[in-house]
Design a binder for this molecule. Structure first.
Ligand code: ATP
Length: 249
């Protein structure tokens, strides 16, 4: 006879062990260009996972393919155990996945407040403007400044703040440190750690390996549209030689 209490407990436990995001055999195309050739990886709830790889390896394309903002994709993308490979990008956003693109997407003609309020909240529990300003005090000071007047660091903070307002709990950040001064990179690092402590799950694409090493729990290496290796942060030192070869640094 099945013990109901036990089976409930087992179910609860196995649910909590399932990855938040599970990507299997993901293929993606821009028009006729076949870019991803079977990407496999997963991200557990509460983790910071980083995709590393050379220029053109397919890291950004992987984030876009998860989000459904690419010409064509196939394979399997499961989020919270639901298959989303055929789900539209706006429904994916409403499920609580947010994408912060490398180019940041700040509207030049809008001020900071307008940029922050632009994307619709997709779920309850998004950060209030005050909570965003607590995370990024510079933004409060620049509230009435137009997008064009912001520094690169302020634009990056605005781009991250904006997705936090939507209520998404799974954040995909594409090269958030690109072109930024060391002190701002440090601030972005503190923010990522703080978000992780508050229960957010983060999938990061980074060229800046030194930065990634300060925040990541695990790494995957992307090469020619596939994941060719992966390891935990604790295994970093023993993988350093391989990593230098993969990244050509
Ligand atoms: P990078 O840091 O250079 O952005 P990446 O690993 O993120 O590297 P992707 O941007 O995913 O690389 O690009 C993977 C491949 O897809 C590259 O060969 C790139 O030229 C190609 N590609 C990217 N965007 C498009 C597009 N819109 N149309 C056609 N090909 C594209």
């Amino acid at each position: 006879m099945v013990d109901v209490q036990t089976s409930d407990a087992v179910r609860t436990k196995s649910a909590s062990l399932a990855p938040l995001l599970s990507v299997q055999n993901l293929e993606a195309w821009y028009g006729e260009s076949h870019i991803l050739h079977g990407v496999d990886f997963d991200v557990k709830a509460g983790e910071v996972v980083t995709l590393l790889g050379r220029n053109g390896a397919g890291k950004t394309t992987t984030l876009k393919a998860v989000m459904g903002i690419i010409g064509k994709r196939s394979g399997s993308v499961r989020f919270e155990e639901r298959e989303i490979i055929r789900t539209s990008s706006d429904r994916i956003a409403r499920m609580g996945i947010a994408f912060c693109p490398e180019e940041r997407g700040i509207f030049a003609s809008l001020d900071v407040r307008e940029n922050l309020l632009l994307p619709p909240a997709v779920r309850n529990g998004g950060l209030s403007l005050d909570q965003i300003f607590e995370l990024f005090p510079n933004l409060r000071e620049r509230l009435a400044s137009q997008g064009t007047k912001l520094s690169g660091g302020e634009q990056q903070m605005l781009a991250i703040g904006r997705i936090l307002r939507t209520g998404a709990r799974f954040l995909m950040l594409d090269e958030p440190t690109e072109g930024l001064a060391p002190v701002i990179i440090q601030q972005i690092g503190h923010t990522i750690k703080r978000l992780k402590n508050e229960g957010f799950t983060i999938l990061l694409v980074e060229q800046n390996f030194r930065f990634a090493a300060t925040v990541a729990d695990r790494y995957y290496i992307v090469e020619h549209g596939r994941i060719i290796d992966g390891f935990a942060n604790a295994e970093l030192q023993s993988n350093m030689d391989k990593l230098h070869t993969y990244l050509g640094v």
